[in-house]
Structures are given as C-alpha cells and as structure tokens.
Design a protein around this ligand. Structure first.
Ligand code: FEO
Length: 394
C-alpha cells in the first residue's frame, strides 16, 4: 500500500496476537509489524516483520518490486518483531547493505550470527538514495540500546520504530481512519508498560528531534497506525506522559483467599470515594496485569493488599510488584493492607517494597487478623480518606 509517493507499507496486521514479548504483555487488540519500502534510485526496506510472517512480507514487497532489487535494509531495532524476517530477506539479497546503529550491529549479529554487509550510522548521518535522503537519529534505550529513528527527507516521514507505536490491529493504516479513543488506549498502554522507565530519555529525545527542525508530515512507527493527521499530536502526548504528572486518582490492587482482603480493598476504595477521589480496584488473580499497570501509570496513589501466606505475599501479587519496581514510576504515593492468621508479614513486606521503589508510604498499613472486624474496615476507610487527602494535597 502506497502511503506517500514511492513509499509503501509492506507490513503485516496480526489480528490474532493476544500476548507479546512471549506472554509478558497483553495485546487485546492484536498488533501490526510495520515495514516500509522506499522506491527511489536506490530501493530501501526499513525494518522487517516477525518471522512467522516472513512469507507475507516478501509477498507484499513482491507486489511492488522484485525483492532482489533491494539495495539497503535499515534495521532500526534488532528485537525479533522487527528483525525476525531479516534472514529471509537477506537470502534474496545477500550483498545488500544492512544499515544499523552502532549498537545495532552487535545486537543484529547477536540474533542471527550472520556476517552481513553492515553499515553502522550515528545521529545526523545521511544516505542519499536518489531524489530522497535517509537521515538517522540514534535513540538508545527507547527502548533498547540499539534503537534508532530513520527520517525520510523529501517525503518528511519519520520512522521511529517502536516509539509512538501501539499494539493495535486495524483495517486501515492511518490515525484519521480509526477510533480515536481505542487508538489512545493502546498508545498509553504501550507507553506505560514499555517506555515509562525511559521517560527522562523520551523528553530529551523529543527536544533533540524537534531542534533538528525537520518537517514531519507523517510519523510511521513499527506498530499500529501511522500518524498522518496532525502527526505531532503523539509527540505532544509523549511529552505529557513522559513528565509523569498523575491524575488525582488511585488504584487498589489486591488478592484474597477468603474475601477478607477483598472487603478491606473495597473499604479503602469507599474511603477515597467519600473524599471525592476516584479509585479503581483490581483483584490481581483475575485482572490483566498490563491493564492495571496502565491505570497505575495514570494515578497518583497505588495501594496494595495481600493476605499473609507462608510468611510472605500471595504469589499473584508478586508480578505487579515486580512491574512497579522495574517501571520506575515517578510521583506516586502508596500504602498497604491485608489479612493474616498468625505471622502477618504481608503489609510490612509491601511497604518495604514500595519504599525500595521510591514510592512513599503515606499512611500506616492496616492489618486485620482472620476476617476483618467492623473496626478493621473502618480503619481501611480511614486509610482511604488519608490517601485521598494526600492525593488532593499534591
Ligand atoms: Fe522493541 Fe516492537 O520491538
């Protein structure tokens, strides 16, 4: 499909995808792997697709031009969803040049163990391909060390690979053709779950790219739709998300064995609602972890509840705590609660974890022995009100 004069989308829509990065990330709306073919004096392929779809990529290229005519393959990023079909492509064009960032040379070679004809580029390097020119911008840790943006001067198209992407399978290729709310739900989920820890770098990179003064008619990421109408809207959103200024809201994430900790969670939520602070309550044993992460990303307060089991937490709570650690959220406050029968370590363990994650614990944890008594639930409501006050005050 021609997206601009001489520029073709040759990617794949993966409607069936429900988990990504193995099973680490949920993708309720599927995804796309976007690859772009540029027809100029030189023929350029920017990125490939995940290898289960390599035949489809080659068919899509063949519908435009004989794949053996490709001169340059740009591998903006070596993760398998974009580089997975490189071996199949390179079997057709063994002498073609593979353009990578300096770190990309090592990681592409590390994935495929092939001595392809690599050309490594750095920020500001240009390759003339005829009427148009490729301009490269390194974007290390957005989100891998090798990540790179390619800008097609002449057509004013920025191809930033994962940045500005969404796991969103659609019938159409452009942002102005899809449901705006769905698009932004997927864009923020992508940011929250993948890019949050690199937010400071996102802000720096946005400033750096804008300072180049390159005209941008399209932002064509490697997942989801292409930003064609008002393309810089997603850059503005990324700036907002990267600054991590939360909404005045809260998330309560808990698990429960015999409903005691659930009742405490709801009492905490009631306390917050009484103070006018919206709170979303998630039972982690049956909730999608990545969706909960997105809600935590948006919220000021994160409150975790678990009964004590084997002197620790319910195992279903561990993954969300690990994400909270790894994603390095900024500007959060926290608290903990839970039931116990005898040893009762869970609340302390959660508080210690939040503190290690630099999330200040803003009120004393509430523990309830066996099933919570009315006084325990009152303490939970009080905790909810205190957290709400802390949310409102900042
Ligand atoms: Fe980092 Fe879409 O791969």
């Amino acid at each position: 499909m021609e997206i601009a004069k001489g520029v073709y989308w040759v990617g794949v829509v993966d409607w069936g995808l429900r988990h990504f990065h193995g099973h680490e990330l949920s993708t309720h709306r599927g995804s796309t792997y976007n690859a772009y073919l540029i027809i100029d004096e030189k023929i350029v392929l920017v990125d490939t697709v995940w290898n289960p779809f390599q035949d489809q990529l080659l068919r899509n290229i063949s519908a435009v031009i004989d794949p053996s005519k490709i001169d340059l393959v740009v591998a903006n990023h070596s993760e398998s969803d974009h580089s997975g079909s490189l071996p199949a492509v390179m079997r057709r064009i063994p002498n073609a040049t593979v353009v990578v960032s300096k770190r990309g040379e090592e990681s592409v070679e590390g994935h495929y163990h092939q001595a392809w004809n690599f050309k490594s580029v750095k920020t500001g390097d240009r390759i003339s391909i005829g009427e148009n020119e490729l301009v490269f911008i390194e974007a290390p840790m957005l989100h891998w060390p090798d990540s790179m943006f390619t800008y097609l001067a002449g057509r004013n198209i920025l191809m930033p690979n994962d940045a500005f992407g969404q796991h969103y399978a659609t019938s159409f290729r452009f942002n102005d053709q899809v449901h705006r709310e769905e698009l932004y739900e997927e864009a923020i989920k992508y940011y929250a779950n993948i890019l949050t820890p690199f937010s400071a770098l996102v802000l720096k990179k946005i400033d750096e790219v804008l300072a180049l003064g390159l005209p941008v008619d399209m932002i064509a990421p490697s997942h989801g739709v292409i930003w064609r109408r008002d393309p810089l809207q997603i850059v503005t959103k990324y700036r907002e998300w990267a600054s991590q200024v939360p909404e005045k809201s809260a998330v309560v994430a808990y698990d429960t064995m015999w409903e005691g900790t659930r009742r405490m969670a709801e009492a905490v939520g009631n306390g917050m609602a009484a103070e006018g602070i919206p709170c979303k309550i998630f039972h982690m044993a049956v909730s999608d972890r990545n969706d909960v992460i997105t809600e935590i990303f948006k919220s000021r307060a994160v409150v975790i509840g678990s009964p004590t089991l084997n002197q620790g937490l319910l195992p279903t709570i561990a993954p969300i705590l690990e994400d909270i650690r790894g994603l390095r959220f900024q500007n959060k406050i926290g608290a903990a609660f839970g039931t116990y029968g005898w040893s009762g370590e869970s609340v302390k363990l959660i508080e210690e974890h939040l503190t290690r994650c630099k999330i200040p614990v803003v009120c004393p944890g509430v523990r309830a022995k066996w099933q919570p008594k009315p006084a325990d639930l009152e303490n939970c409501e009080k905790m909810g009100r205190e957290i709400a006050a802390a949310v409102k005050s900042t």
